[in-house]
Design a protein around this ligand. Sequence first.
Ligand SMILES: Cc1ncc(COP(=O)(O)O)c(C=O)c1O
Length: 507
Amino acid sequence: MTTALLHADSPLLDAAAPVSSTPYADALARYAARDTVRLNVPGHAADPDAAPRLAAYFGEDLLRMDVPPLLAGLDKGEGNPLAESLRLAADAFGARRTWFLTNGASQANRIAALALAGLGDAAQPVVAQRSAHSSFSDGIILGGLSPRFVQPSIDGWFGINHGVSPAALRDALAALGDEKPKGVYLISPSYFGAVADVAGLAEVAHEAGAPLVVDAAWGSHFGFHEDLPESPLRLGADLMVSSIHKLGGSLTQSAMLHLGHGTFADVLEPLIDRAFKLAQSTSESSLLLASLDIARDSLQNGRDRIAMSIAAADELRDRIRRGGRFRIVSDTFDRFEDIAAVDPLRVSIDVASGGVHGPTARELLMERDGVYFEIATETCIVAVIAPGVVPDIGRVIDALHALPVDADAAADVDAVGALGALPAPGPLAMLPRDAFLRAAEAVPIEDAIGRVSADALAAYPPGIPNVLPGEVITEEVVRFLRHVAATPGGYVRGAVDPTLATLSVVR
Ligand SMILES: Cc1ncc(COP(=O)(O)O)c(C=O)c1O
């Protein structure tokens, strides 16, 4: 069966299009345009007769560009277009080497943890920000890492956590005593756009002889405009996780991992490459790869588009401030010593100050007004405005100001404000990996005190793991989990039993 050529009016064949610097995406479009008989995978064979519903749903161009790996002229052989796109991405992000990932920044975190496992002795600890994304906790299990933690700063009022200051990292490293860390893992920016002092943190990690991994999942646009924060990699991070699909403009689930130029690069590169091969599909999606190529080029050559989006975000913040009903959460960030800068493309709105419960506001805005915010906590909602996006600010403002006052919101907000300090995690009785692989049993929560947890448990808000597999469950932790679960909207993620009557412990 012969697949048809691309339609003559396909934008992919636009001869008038300026010469682009997206080698893989261009090669894929050329490949898709060839007159071929496809007897290979994917099984839809890009044939609209064989897969009419798929073709009607996604369009025929997309099917033609959905091709398997290891094709000459695309990703096979010396100097192939994919290799060239990877090199361009590394240059754009200031990396020694970049990997394109098709399973999100989650994959990047697991690769980073596996790579750290290969450094030094097995028993050497890794110091990680306690609020690490669950994919890094999974990496701790996969790599058999011995974790020690450093707590981020917490805003009890908004129920959110920020980052780690160099002083807090120094203290956490000093607490190791004679143990030498094999790596440090931190997050910047936060979900709310709080940017840490990465240069200072890199200095502290390096003084301790450890490479610094920065999970910059939410900062893939950093460094591409003078009004954006600098990229963590250019500030001394040795490894940087980039969830390009978040604010970098690629398709969902595509991401990058970047290796810096620092002194750890030689030893890290083969470890990452090995972990990448373990974690990447042998059928990586050509569509996701092409989207990464195009997103990188758009970031690199998109100064004006980025400026437009920053201006739009500034306008949204200004109009909210002038409206007088709601406040901007990041206006209070100077109270936190770990926050060195703020991502201007995040607009965080304190809706509780205007008498609305965060999750209710987000739901109403979506359902009633078609206005989609990224995140809600009890007190606030956060908008992300990616480079190139200029939203209809008037519509957002009108929808916000039309939110009805919620009589219960004040009580909910008080409950969040009363969260208080997080309980100290219990001692690590066994490696998280050992606890994860051992048989577990569910026991009544009172009987779980003093036992070793089989699960990771995080009370929301603020969503920081209170217990990890291998840690002893303490009375203080149980009290906190129960307290948060009892607040309006509060819950414990990871618990076998959502009512918290039982917890899962190592048998
Ligand atoms: C800090 C952080 N790291 C990693 C991830 C995982 O990213 P992805 O969804 O691309 O797998 C997330 C997801 O929200 C995140 O917030």
